[in-house]
Write a new protein. Structure first.
Lengths: 308, 504, 305
């Protein structure tokens, strides 16, 4: 069965779905790294918080009797984006802003500290157990049938992929056309110069964190709906893989982040499908190492010439 | 509100609406943060999840945030008197509520305890500590303002205090060592305390080992636990399969770990800061996953058990009756005591840690040690001086890994059982935190940080569940306050004006 | 391109300024993607002479240095260093080896010291390779053997010598990052000299120095040239330094060599004047404009040219 096209297609769909989730998280990493040159270690936790806020929102809506699914999805999406963005904003304002000119190691330690803090914060508030949720969206369409193997594309998978594409388009346009986007690109290139010509650097950086957090929260909601269960630790692994995706695609490049995310998702799906599932994370880490050794600027990144 | 103005600082008019607005924004942010995750609690009930509300906590958090922000603004605007008046009062009220049962007896106490606005008293404890902190800040501000010293003079005083602390820190080393040597024979060194002390010393050794990589050579290693694991598993496998004793296996374990260090380091050491950190994290995780899944070789999640304890340098056993050969108590003509082994373990780890420490102090004064520090300062300049960056970094990485391997063997031998559970990323983060919080490059700092981060939580066992939370917060707060670490001070390795012994 | 493929350049017999050939640069070209930073530059630098490389900003001067000292790999070119122990092809050497094997030392445009190490430590680190060998790659050193202790003492002596020459003995135990700017520049030179090079490459050593400090720098460089008998290669914008101490000047503009000769020759070279000041017609135009404005201010001396 493993050698059939149907099986391949199944893994492909799984991979693209998973990859979309990784891609949305990866965008947060790449934008923050582009603008302040640090890895926001706690970004995975932002994703996890987005998932938790989503599950709480769904449960409340359910209890309040809101049963029309599109409305529920919409409300949860907005609520999750809003509340998670506050976490993103606060993270930067409290932990990172003061260390902008400090040695990089200090910022890294702070980020790790915030990551540990947020994980345990959620764990203490919501208990360490898994949080399952009844599937809200079920069913799908049948794409292909080969012998007894049915490949289906579920509605959930479709929603995830479509929503991701829509968000990508919105944010690409935002970066390319709006003043915020221009300010962001200016800050990426030369922060001091941008400040001198009147760009509000603090606000630009804050907004970068907010946007990254919003996208991560969408990923969190999608994760919840797709897998049906979350816990306080999902941010760690998802975070590392999303960062790998950002590096793979080229750090600083938005389309690169999404491309990297899709690739990582595909690699993970194919590895699990065709080899073993236990070592799929090892595959992801290995990709990271290989990319950094052989093509450190990633697939879509620009080569970095060392200025002496 | 009047306040004593000081030379050089002009008081601005206090714009009350602006202050309220700023505090209001803080309150709003806290509301947004706490409403979702604090306000609602997901309860695990059979069949799914239920929701419970905790709005009281949210309201209290918002209120405290509002008030706290106002206090911060007042301090910032050089008006500490109101804070000095009210913060201690607040702290007193909070402590009274928290300790109401001991102070007022069980019945009144229970009634008062109901007034605690938070589900978990620990939050009120933290806020009480914050209130105390505000009181101290306010008191210092008032003293400064009425002392008549200018800003420069005050800063000078702080600098001199800092210098005195650092000079004192150099004395602290030998003092701590002396304390450690006599510790097992002091009255409060019971079984539990010895255990804690051994844990602390293990982390001190790991911290000193990582200090070579991170502190001296400036390589961000987030996967140090991998080498700890390699050492532990090497020893465990040798001991359980080939009956090799601890002392014979120790060098092998170190060599295995060092080899792992060189192999893992070789492809990645040329990467820049943050990237190196992530990659080494990845390696650490990979090793753990491999250990977890390679059932036939490593026992998988079951781990390896039945690891023998170390003997007295291979000469005598620490049992009551030896299977073969001498027992320790027979050898020295004393009665058997179960504490003999654990005291021996204490001295073993103390000795191992001191070896790392002395090695570090020595190697800083040798060319390779200086090259590590130079590489940390500016790699491009090093290249222009003919220093081979790759080999230099690999040496640091390998030696650091070797010491982790030694520590790993000790760990395996002490517990008698190891599993991949003990070698998670959190361990690497803890060890890195110990190095950085102590002040990277500072040997004494590592000891202080290890005592604080490992010793304290062990002693306050009831607070175990908050340990990691406090840990994360401590990392953030210390970095914000002192980005270089608590006791960061670099002792030069050589002086033209007379050579002083390089300290910690 | 390998050295074999580079055609030898037919230089004139004498190097401007005299001296024996120490460094031969032939057909050096450096391309970054589509950008040509250096375009077919060839020149020679003599031993016991000071050779200055000058030119407007962006001319490619630091890029030449980076190619010579192993930071860039030239796209094309042969860079031969005529070391007393034999010729070395610099373009073949891995980064750090240009100092280790070829004896080429350099300083940087934006000073690169080890700021948290002391002045003395900076100079000891410069003698790393020598000390590593003496310490038996650390082993002898760990056991405190005499051989290493002697070597370290000798290294301190060399460091003291250069501290003396650069006026930094009093500050030997200061953190390098705390030195005033002028001292930092001199420390960098002292550090480079502690590697005992045969060719010293200085990237804008006079940048940011006041006239008195520039004068001291001149004396230091002349001392290095005469007493230590090595070649000095110098990138500089400060003409008072260049004209006063150079034996030989190479001028670059837009990555190409536009002049090569003694200071007197270069000073008169119309190509150089054009590069720095613009075309003669442009100059005339500028002067006319300026004088016209003077006219409108009431002055009547208005003649162009």
């Amino acid at each position: 069965m493993q050698h059939s096209f149907a099986y391949f297609l199944d893994q492909l769909i799984n991979g693209l779905t998973l990859g979309s989730i990784y891609g949305l998280i990866a965008i947060g990493y790449t934008m923050v790294y582009g603008i302040i040159g640090m890895i926001n270690f706690a970004h995975g936790e932002i994703f996890m918080i987005g998932a938790f806020i989503s599950i709480i929102s769904f449960l409340l809506l359910g209890a309040a009797g809101v049963t029309w699914i599109p409305l529920a999805l919409f409300i949860v999406l907005i609520v999750a984006m809003l509340l998670t963005s506050v976490y993103g904003w606060t993270l930067e304002r409290v932990a990172y802003r003061r260390l902008r000119r400090s040695p990089r190691l200090a910022a890294l330690i702070t980020a790790i500290g915030m990551s540990i803090f947020l994980q345990n914060y959620v764990q203490l508030l919501q208990s360490a157990r898994n949080k399952p949720m009844q599937p809200i969206i079920s069913g799908g369409i049948e794409v292909l049938q080969q012998e007894d193997y049915i490949v289906s594309l579920s509605y959930m998978q479709m929603i995830i992929m479509v929503l991701t594409v829509v968000l990508m388009v919105i944010f690409s346009q935002m970066i390319a056309r709006t003043p915020l986007g221009r300010a962001q690109r200016a800050c990426e290139q030369d922060r001091d110069m941008a400040a001198l010509i009147g760009v509000n650097v603090d606000r630009t950086i804050s907004l970068t964190f907010v946007v990254g957090a919003a996208l991560a929260s969408v990923a969190g909601m999608m994760f919840l709906l797709y897998y049906g269960v979350i816990d306080f630790f999902i941010g760690f692994l998802a975070g590392i893989k999303a960062f790998t995706a950002a590096v793979l695609g080229g750090i600083g490049s938005l389309p690169g982040a999404m491309l990297g995310g899709l690739l990582i998702g595909l690699i993970e799906a194919f590895w699990s499908g065709y080899f073993t599932v236990e070592y799929k994370d090892v595959a992801a880490f290995s990709i990271l190492v290989l990319v950094l050794i052989f093509r450190p600027t990633g697939l879509l990144g620009k080569p970095d010439i060392e200025k002496v | 509100m009047t306040a004593v103005a000081e030379p050089g600082i002009r008081l601005r008019r206090l714009d009350v609406p602006a202050v309220l607005k700023e505090a209001g924004l803080t309150a709003l942010v806290i509301f947004a943060l706490t409403f979702g995750l604090v306000g609602f609690e997901t309860l695990d009930v059979p069949g799914g999840i239920d929701i419970n509300t905790r709005f009281g906590d949210v309201a209290a958090a918002v209120a405290f945030g509002f008030v706290g922000r106002i206090a911060l603004i007042l301090l910032r605007e050089h008006r500490p008197l109101p804070v000095l008046a009210l913060a201690p009062l607040a702290a007193a009220i909070m402590l009274m509520l928290l300790l109401s049962e001991t102070l007022f007896g069980p019945e009144t106490g229970a009634v008062l305890k109901a007034f605690i606005p938070f589900h978990d008293p620990i939050v009120l404890w933290s806020l009480a500590i914050v209130a105390v902190f505000f009181s101290i800040r306010a008191a210092l501000a008032v003293r400064d303002m009425s002392s008549g010293l200018s800003l420069e003079e005050r800063e000078e005083r702080v600098d001199r205090l800092g210098a005195r602390v650092q000079r004192g820190a150099r004395l602290l080393g030998p003092v701590l060592l002396a304390c450690a040597l006599v510790f097992p024979f002091t009255p409060f060194a019971d079984r539990q305390m010895l255990d804690i002390a051994i844990s602390v010393l293990t982390y001190v050794m790991l911290g000193w080992g990582l200090n070579i990589v991170v502190g001296l050579a400036g390589l961000l290693d987030l996967g140090y636990v991998a080498f700890y694991a390699v050492g532990a598993y090497s020893f465990a496998l040798l001991a359980t399969n080939l009956d090799v004793s601890f002392w014979v296996a120790l060098p092998f374990a170190g060599a295995m770990a060092a080899t792992a260090g060189v192999l893992l380091g070789f492809p990645v050491l040329r990467l820049r800061g943050d990237y190196l950190a992530i990659v080494t994290l990845g390696f650490g995780e990979m090793i753990r996953i491999i250990l977890l899944n390679w059932y036939t070789f490593t026992g998988g999640p079951d781990g390896i058990s039945g690891i023998p304890r170390p003997s007295f340098f291979g000469l005598a056993d620490f049992a009551r009756n030896a299977n073969h050969g001498l027992t320790f108590h027979e050898m020295f003509g004393i009665d058997y005591a179960s504490s003999q082994r654990i005291i021996f373990m204490f001295y073993v780890i103390l000795a191992m840690a001191m070896v790392v420490n002395l090695f570090t102090m020595r190697i800083r004064r040798l060319p390779i040690g200086r090259a590590w520090e130079a590489l940390r300062e500016d790699e491009i300049a090093c290249r222009s001086l003919g220093i081979n960056p790759r080999n230099t970094k690999l040496t640091a990485f390998g030696i650091g890994a070797m010491f982790a391997g030694f520590a790993g063997s000790f760990f395996a031998s002490r517990l008698g059982f190891i599993s991949p559970e003990s070698f998670t990323f959190i361990e690497s983060a803890v060890i890195l935190a110990i190095v950085v919080l102590g002040g990277f490059g500072s040997q004494i700092g590592v000891v202080v940080a290890a005592i604080l981060l490992i010793g304290l939580p062990e002693i306050f066992r009831e607070l175990q569940q908050y340990r990691m939370l406090a840990f994360g917060m401590a990392m953030v707060l210390i970095m914000l306050w002192r980005p270089r670490g608590l006791l960061a001070y670099r002792e030069p390795t050589i002086r033209l004006g007379g050579d002083r012994k390089a300290g910690s | 391109m390998s050295a074999v493929d580079v055609l030898p350049v037919d230089f004139a017999d004498e190097i401007p300024g005299g001296g024996t050939e120490l460094l031969t640069v032939e057909h050096l070209t450096m391309r970054f993607g589509g950008l040509v930073a250096i375009d077919d530059v060839s020149f020679r630098a003599a031993n016991e002479r000071i050779t200055a490389i000058i030119g407007p900003n962006g001319a490619g001067k630091t890029t030449v240095f980076n190619c010579l000292t192993g930071f860039y790999k030239p796209t094309v070119g042969r860079l031969s260093l005529h070391h007393p122990k034999g010729d070395v092809l610099l373009e073949r050497l891995e980064g750090f080896r240009t100092s280790q094997s070829a004896g080429v030392a350099r300083t940087f445009q934006n000073i690169r010291l080890f700021p948290r190490m002391t002045v003395l430590e900076n100079l000891i680190v410069a003698q790393h390779n020598k000390l590593m060998r003496a310490s038996g790659y650390t082993v002898f050193g760990l056991f405190g053997m005499k051989r290493y202790r002697d070597a370290e003492a000798a290294a301190i002596e060399l460091a003291r010598y250069w501290l003396d020459r650069t006026g930094l003995v009093e500050k030997a135990d200061w953190d390098a990052g705390n030195l005033p700017y002028g001292d930092q520049r001199r420390l960098e030179i002292a550090r480079a000299m502690c590697t005992e090079p045969v060719l010293l490459c200085l990237d804008e050593p006079a940048a940011g120095l006041n006239p008195r400090e520039s004068h001291e720098l001149n004396r230091l460089l002349i001392y290095v040239r005469d007493e230590h008998r090595i070649g000095v290669l110098l990138i500089e914008h400060d003409m008072s330094v260049v004209m006063e101490i150079s034996d030989h000047i190479v001028v670059l503009d837009y990555g190409r060599k536009i002049s090569d000769g003694t200071p007197e020759q270069v000073r008169e070279d119309p190509a150089v004047i054009r590069a720095y000041l613009g075309e003669p017609e442009e100059i005339e135009e500028h002067v006319r404009e300026a004088l016209k404005q003077d006219d409108q201010g009431g002055d009547t001396t208005g003649e162009g040219g």
